[in-house]
Design a protein around this ligand. Sequence first.
Ligand code: DQA
Length: 152
Amino acid sequence: MHAPAILIIHGPNLNLLGTREPEIYGHMTLDDINKAITELSGKLNIKTKIFQSNSEGNIIGLIQENRECSGLVINPGAYTHTSIAIADAIKGTGIPAVEVHLSNIHSREDYRKKSFIAPVCIGQISGFGYFSYLTGIEALHNYLTNLKTSGK
Ligand code: DQA
């Protein structure tokens, strides 16, 4: 039997990557990032289910519908700083989650320093460009594997 997939959610405006403020977010497109994620999944021998949505309600729906996934790697975009509802969905489903950001949200505007999502996550990875996603997936995979082997 295969382990359930890891759910990857890209939040609002991340579909614009490649042309969106490249000095902050880099030149890679979302497709480029998704290819790197799929390549890493192959190496780790895990499955990933990848979605992008610009809508808070859709993101909440995706979390609820995919609650059987083994874990979640989410870049909530600007919803990071506003969405108690996404935080409640993560907490309410109990899905182990990692928050990731391309930019270092702590070195930018003050309003980006607050995350409503981080407190309901295992951890947060911020500032490594597309590598934040890859690091987040590896960290989550390691967390899930250790949980299983320790029987917790
Ligand atoms: C972001 C950081 C957010 O503050 C911003 O609103 C984004 C992208 C990042 O990946 O660096 O849309 O989540």
